[in-house]
Design a protein around this ligand. Structure first.
Ligand code: DX5
Ligand code: ZN
Length: 220
């Protein structure tokens, strides 16, 4: 049985001057949780926000918070994100020297750990850590910016992950991030994705409820 579809608006495409209002809008519009992109200007060529903003959002919305750290060697930030109220926390396999230790630390801090993969990172690279994670975040664009075109070749990796979890760990969740639209989401769902991050496809529309409903419908 596939896991239910979850739509996670990425606040990267929201109006940062009115974040509480933007989050309330997507919550009322049927979002399942919020995706929060943390960028350090080093692992990716962009800067966004850190744990203080997450702590403020925690007070402003009841939606669960899914924090995606696009940060080089993020271990020093984990405790801050736990205190700020992150539920799910993903770090990039390409950014961690001791990924297994980082996963244990995220769990010990009371969060649910995920591993994120750049488009060029293969299934075989991540397979040894899958028993330690709650979810895998498959990047379907090169991380750093919203509004980029979907890289369809990553669906082969999603299919490999889906086959692996079917055989070994049915509870593992697969999240996809980047270029999700009503045109691309159906193929991702068929490949085995459960959680769909959508930035511009939600916040780029004035009617967020309609945008979320359209994605859900297209996911099938
Ligand atoms: C990109 C971020 C994404 C981004 C997706 O580095 O990880 O979460 O917000 O934006 P869209 O949905 O517009 O491709
Ligand atoms: Zn993201």
């Amino acid at each position: 049985m596939p896991h239910p579809v979850a739509i996670a608006p990425s606040i990267l495409s929201a109006d940062f001057a009115h974040l509480a209002r933007e989050c309330a809008d997507v919550a009322a519009g049927g979002a399942d949780f919020l995706h929060i992109d943390v960028m350090d200007g080093r692992f990716v060529p962009n800067l966004t926000l850190g744990a203080p903003v997450v702590a403020s959002l925690r007070k402003a919305t009841s939606l669960p918070l899914d924090c995606h750290l696009m940060v080089h060697e993020p271990d020093h930030l984990l405790e801050d994100f736990a205190k700020a109220g992150a539920k799910w926390l993903s770090v990039h396999i390409e950014a961690c020297r001791h990924l297994h230790r980082t996963m244990q630390r995220i769990k010990s801090l009371g969060m649910l750990p995920g591993v994120a993969l750049n488009p060029h990172t293969s299934f075989s690279m991540v397979e040894p850590i899958l028993r330690e994670v709650e979810f895998v975040l498959v990047m379907s664009v090169n991380p750093g910016f919203g509004g980029q075109a979907f890289i369809g070749a990553v669906l082969e990796k999603v299919r490999a992950l889906h086959a692996w979890r079917t055989a070994h760990k049915p509870g593992l969740k697969i999240e996809i991030d980047g270029g999700m639209t009503t045109e691309t989401i159906g193929a991702a769902r068929l490949a085995g994705v459960d959680w769909f991050v959508a930035g511009s496809a939600v916040f780029g529309h004035t009617d967020r409820a309609q945008a979320i409903a359209a994605l859900r419908l297209a996911a099938g």
